[in-house]
Design a protein around this ligand. Structure first.
Ligand SMILES: Nc1nc2c(c(=O)[nH]1)N[C@H]1C(S)=C(S)[C@@H](COP(=O)(O)OP(=O)(O)OC[C@H]3O[C@@H](n4cnc5c(=O)[nH]c(N)nc54)[C@H](O)[C@@H]3O)O[C@H]1N2
Ligand SMILES: Nc1nc2c(c(=O)[nH]1)N[C@H]1C(S)=C(S)[C@@H](COP(=O)(O)OP(=O)(O)OC[C@H]3O[C@@H](n4cnc5c(=O)[nH]c(N)nc54)[C@H](O)[C@@H]3O)O[C@H]1N2
Ligand SMILES: [Mo]
Length: 760
C-alpha cells in the first residue's frame, strides 16, 4: 500500500452516513480477511447475548429483547474481521524479516501480516525475534523484574481492550510486585472527563443509559465527537430519538457526515430512502472554542432567568443538591460577549439560539468524546458542561445527564477494575485485605510521565497489555527513543505493531487469544466480562477456534507471570483455572459487584450503581454537586499559524489502519492529508492539492511532518485537521491538559508551508 500524497484523490465530502456503501464495505473486508463461512459466523455472533462483545468501541448494546440478528456496524465488522484473519505471523516470518526491515513498513502492513502465533524473544544485540517457550518467557520476565532495585522502575501499560478479569489480575500483579505505575490509554483519552466529573458530581463516568437517549431526552447535544465513524451504532440511537421528536444540536469544527443524515442499514427506509436528518442545529465551533461556547450559553440562560426569575433555572434542585451557584453566576454575568465570540468562533446569536433549544427541552443529554478531552483546558470545558446541566437540573432524571462516550470496548471496565495510577486508598485497602498484602500507596506514573521516566532512565522494564504505545502516544520520536532506553520491553498482543519494533535491550512478544476466540482452561470453557460506556456489565464469550494452538489468554499470561514472579499469598493458578475465582475476588474488592457471578450470567448483564443518576447522591468533597468557576479561554494561535486537531479516518481503529480511504470526508488512497479552510490556504499562496509540510511550534523548538496533501475543507478559519497517528510527531510531550495530563492532541499550533520536496 503506497502512501504518497500524490496518489490521494479527494472529492466532496458526503452528507449521509452508512446505507448500502457501509454494508458493502463491511462484507468485503470480512470476506477478504476471514472467508465466507468464518466471516458470516463471526459477524452473526457479535454483540449477541451469548456471543462476543464487539472488539471495537464501547457503545452499549440494546437490551436483549430489542437486539437485531446483525447487531454490529461497518466499523465493528472491520475490527472483528481484522482479528479473525486467516493470516499468521509465526517463527518463519520472523526469521525471514529482521526488526530493521520491518521498521521500514507502514502501520497498515505490519498488522496486515496476520496474527502472532507463539512467544518470541529478541536477545540483546539481535535483529531477529526467535521462538521461546512460555515457561522460559515467564521466567525471564520474573527474573528481570526481581532484579530491579525498585519496583517503581517498571511500568505496566494497559490498552482498553483487556477484559475485566484480565485487568483485575494485571493491576494485582503490578501492586503485589510493588508499584502503582499503571499508565493506560485512558490517560490519552477520557482522563479529562474523569477528572472533571469526579470533582463535580463524584463519579468519573457518565450517568446516562441507552434508553435516556433513545426514549427520553428532549435535547441531545453531541459535541467533539464523530459517531458516524467512531461509534456508528450511536446513529441508530439518535435516529430513534429523532423519530419521537427529540432535537439534536451538534458542535464540531467539521460538519461530520454521520451527524448530518443517517441511512440506517438495518431498515428499509435507510436502504432506499434519503435516511433521517439528525442534526437540527449545527454549530461550527472553532477548535478549542467549546469552553467559551458553553460559558456563553450559560450566560444566556442566566440572562433569561434574571429577566424572568423562576422560569429558567431549577432553583429547588440547586438549593437541595448543589453548591457554588451564586459565585459562578457573578462570573457569567461579567463575561463579555465579544471575547466569547472570538474564542468560540460563534456569534452571540448562535449561542443564544442554542440556549433557546435548551429552554425548550425538559431533559438534556450532552455527549462528547475526544474533541473535548484533548485540549489544555479540557477539564475546565467539561466542568462547564456540568454547570450547564446542573443549571436546569439535568442530572438524575430520565433523559438527562453527562454522557462521555468511551473509546475502547472495555476502557471503562479496566478503570473500574483498578487500572489507574492513582486508585484511592479505599480500593487499595480492600485489595490488600482480600489478598493479604500491603499495596503501595504512592501514586504511579501515567502515560506521559512514563515516557518521561523512560526517556530519563528511571524506568527499565516496560510491560504492555495490548495497545501500540509508541504510535499512540505524543511526540513519537521522543517516545521511540525512550522505549529504547529500557532494558526489557514486553508486549502481550494479537498482532505485530510498531511498538514491538522499538524495543529495549531485550524484548518479548507474548501472543494472546482475541476476544472472538474460544478460551478453554482447566475448569472448562470460560467467558469474560466487560463494562460498556453506560456502565452495563455483561459477558463476552469467544466462539472461533484460536488462531494458533500456542496462544494463551491474557488472564493466563498475567497469572503465569504472577506465579513465576511472586508465587506467594496470591493463588495465581486458581485464578487461571477458573475465571469465576477472579470474579469472586472482584466482588469482594469493588462496590457494585455483589453476586457478580449470578447477575452477570443473566442475559444482558447488569448496570453498576451511579449515585448521581440513581438517587441524586454526589460523592464529592462537599457531598453536593458542584458548580465551578471556569474562566473562558481558548488556545492562543499566533499570527500566521493554525490550530491542528489530530483525528481518526473512517478506515482505522486508533493505530490500526485498515485502509487508506476516509469515505465520508471524500478522501481516497492516502492518509497524509491536512484539512484547512480554503481562505487560509489562499492567504498562504496555497490551494487544494498542494503538497505541504506541517511544522509544529512549541517552546522547546519545531517538529516536522512532511509532504501532506492540502485539502480545502469546510472548517472554521484558523483550524486544521490531520490523521492520528501520522501527526503524532507534531504533538509535544509537554503539552498536556491541566488537571488530567492528557496530551493536547486536538490543539497543536502549526504552520504550513509548501513542501520543499514537492514533486508536481
Ligand atoms: N472505527 C473506529 N471506532 C473507534 C475508534 C477508531 O479509531 N475507529 N477509536 C475509539 C476510541 S479509543 C475513541 S477515544 C473514540 C474516539 O471518538 P471521537 O472522539 O469521535 O474520535 P476523533 O476522530 O478523535 O474525533 C474527534 C471529533 O471531534 C471533533 N473536534 C476536534 N476538535 C474539536 C474541538 O475543539 N471542539 C469540538 N466541538 N469538536 C472537536 C473532530 O472534528 C471530530 O469530529 O472512538 C472509539 N471508536
Ligand atoms: N494524536 C493523537 N493521538 C492519540 C489520539 C488522538 O486522537 N490523537 N487518541 C488517543 C486515544 S483516545 C487512545 S484510546 C490511544 C489508543 O492507544 P492504544 O490503546 O495503545 O492503541 P491501539 O491502536 O488501540 O492498539 C492497537 C494494538 O492493540 C493490540 N491488540 C488488539 N486487540 C488486542 C487484544 O485483544 N489483546 C491484546 N493484548 N492486544 C490487542 C494489537 O497488537 C494492536 O496493534 O491513542 C491516543 N493517541
Ligand atoms: Mo480512546
Amino acid at each position: 500500500m503506497s502512501d504518497s500524497p500524490d496518489e490521494i484523490h479527494v472529492k466532496r465530502p458526503v452528507t449521509s452516513a452508512a446505507g448500502i456503501p457501509g454494508i458493502q464495505h463491511a462484507v468485503k473486508i470480512a470476506i477478504n480477511e476471514m472467508g465466507v463461512v468464518r466471516g458470516a459466523r463471526t459477524l452473526l455472533s457479535m454483540n449477541q447475548v451469548d456471543g462476543f462483545d464487539c472488539p471495537g468501541c464501547a457503545w452499549p448494546d440494546s437490551s436483549p429483547g430489542k437486539r437485531s440478528h446483525a447487531e454490529f456496524c461497518e466499523n465493528g465488522a472491520k475490527a472483528a474481521a481484522w482479528e479473525a484473519t486467516r493470516d499468521r505471523v509465526g517463527r518463519e516470518f520472523f526469521s525471514a524479516h529482521s526488526v530493521t526491515d520491518l521498521l521500514e513498513q507502514d502501520d497498515h502492513l505490519l498488522e496486515h501480516h496476520g496474527r502472532l502465533t507463539e512467544p518470541m524473544y529478541l536477545a540483546p544485540g539481535a535483529d531477529h525475534y526467535a521462538p521461546i517457550s512460555w515457561h522460559d518467557a515467564f521466567a525471564l520476565v520474573a527474573e528481570r523484574l526481581r532484579s530491579l532495585p525498585d519496583p517503581n522502575r517498571a511500568a505496566f501499560y494497559t490498552s482498553g481492550r483487556a477484559s475485566n478479569e484480565a485487568a483485575f489480575v494485571y493491576q494485582l500483579l503490578a501492586r503485589r510486585y510493588g508499584t502503582n505505575n499503571l499508565p493506560d490509554c485512558s490517560n490519552m483519552c477520557h482522563e479529562s472527563s474523569g477528572a472533571a466529573l469526579n470533582e463535580t458530581i463524584g463519579v468519573g463516568k457518565g450517568t446516562v443509559s441507552l434508553d435516556d437517549i433513545t426514549d427520553h431526552a428532549e435535547l441531545i447535544v453531541v459535541v467533539g465527537q464523530n459517531p458516524g465513524t467512531n461509534h456508528p451504532r450511536m446513529l441508530s440511537a439518535l435516529e430513534s430519538a429523532k423519530r419521537r421528536g427529540a432535537r439534536i444540536v451538534t458542535a464540531n469544527p467539521l460538519p461530520e457526515a454521520g451527524l448530518v443524515r443517517f441511512k440506517n442499514p438495518q431498515n428499509v427506509r435507510g436502504l432506499v430512502g434519503r435516511g433521517t436528518k439528525l442534526t437540527d442545529r449545527y454549530l461550527p465551533v472553532r477548535v478549542n472554542g467549546d469552553l467559551a461556547m458553553f460559558a456563553g450559553v450559560n450566560k444566556a440562560l442566566l440572562a433569561m432567568e434574571d429577566a424572568a426569575p423562576g422560569t429558567i433555572v431549577d432553583r429547588p434542585f440547586i438549593e437541595t443538591y448543589c453548591d457554588g451557584f451564586e459565585v459562578v453566576c457573578d462570573v457569567w454575568r461579567a463575561l463579555d460577549w465579544s471575547t466569547l465570540e472570538s474564542q468560540s468562533g460563534l456569534t452571540r446569536s448562535q449561542m443564544e439560539e442554542f440556549a433557546g433549544d435548551v429552554v425548550g427541552a425538559d431533559s438534556v443529554v450532552v455527549s462528547w468524546a475526544m474533541g473535548l478531552t484533548q485540549h489544555r483546558n479540557a477539564v475546565a470545558t467539561i466542568r462547564e458542561i456540568v454547570n450547564f446541566l446542573l443549571l436546569r437540573g439535568n442530572i438524575g432524571r430520565p433523559g438527562a445527564g453527562p454522557s462521555p462516550i468511551r473509546g475502547h470496548s472495555n476502557v471503562q471496565g479496566d478503570r473500574t477494575m483498578g487500572v489507574w495510577e492513582k486508585m484511592p486508598d479505599s480500593f487499595l485497602d480492600r485489595l490488600g485485605r482480600e489478598f493479604g498484602f500491603d499495596p503501595p500507596r504512592a501514586h504511579g506514573h501515567d502515560t506521559v510521565d512514563t515516557i518521561r521516566a523512560m526517556r530519563d532512565g528511571t524506568i527499565d522494564v516496560f510491560f504492555a497489555l495490548g495497545g501500540n504505545f509508541v504510535a499512540a502516544t505524543p511526540d513519537s520520536d521522543v517516545t521511540k527513543e525512550a522505549m529504547k532506553n529500557c532494558s526489557l520491553t514486553v508486549h502481550v498482543a494479537t498482532k505485530l505493531n510498531r511498538s514491538h519494533l522499538c524495543h529495549g535491550t531485550e524484548a518479548l512478544l507474548l501472543p494472546c487469544l482475541s476476544r472472538s476466540e474460544r478460551d478453554v482452561q482447566a475448569s472448562g470453557e470460560q467467558f469474560l466480562t466487560v463494562e460498556d460506556s453506560m456502565s452495563m456489565v455483561h459477558t463476552t464469550r469467544g466462539r472461533l477456534e484460536p488462531g494458533s494452538e500456542h496462544l494463551r489468554s491474557e488472564v493466563a499470561i498475567v497469572n503465569g507471570i504472577g506465579a513465576a514472579l511472586l508465587g506467594d499469598v496470591v493463588d495465581w493458578s486458581a485464578m487461571s483455572d477458573d475465571y469465576a475465582v477472579i470474579r469472586r475476588h472482584i466482588e469482594n474488592v469493588i462496590d457494585g459487584f455483589e453476586d457478580f457471578e449470578e447477575r452477570v450470567r443473566v442475559p444482558g448483564g447488569f448496570t453498576l450503581p451511579r449515585g448521581p443518576r440513581d438517587s441524586r447522591t454526589f460523592d464529592t468533597a462537599t457531598g453536593k454537586a458542584r458548580f465551578t468557576v471556569n474562566r473562558p479561554d481558548a488556545i492562543d494561535v499566533p499570527e500566521g499559524h493554525l490550530v491542528l486537531q489530530t483525528l481518526r479516518s473512517h478506515d482505522q481503529f486508533n493505530t490500526t489502519v485498515y485502509g487508506l480511504d476516509d469515505r465520508y470526508r471524500g478522501v481516497k488512497g492516502g492518509r497524509k492529508v491536512v484539512f484547512v479552510n480554503a481562505a487560509d490556504l489562499a492567504d498562504r499562496g496555497l490551494s487544494d492539492g498542494d503538497i505541504v509540510d506541517l511544522i509544529s511550534v512549541w517552546s522547546d523548538g519545531e517538529r516536522y511532518a512532511r509532504r501532506f496533501r492540502a485539502v480545502a475543507y469546510p472548517t472554521p478559519r484558523g483550524c486544521a485537521a490531520a490523521y492520528f497517528p501520522e501527526a503524532n510527531v507534531l504533538v509535544p510531550l509537554d503539552s498536556t491538559a491541566l488537571g488530567s495530563n492528557t496530551p493536547t492532541s486536538k490543539s497543536v499550533i502549526i504552520r504550513i508551508e509548501r513542501s520543499s520536496a514537492t514533486v508536481s
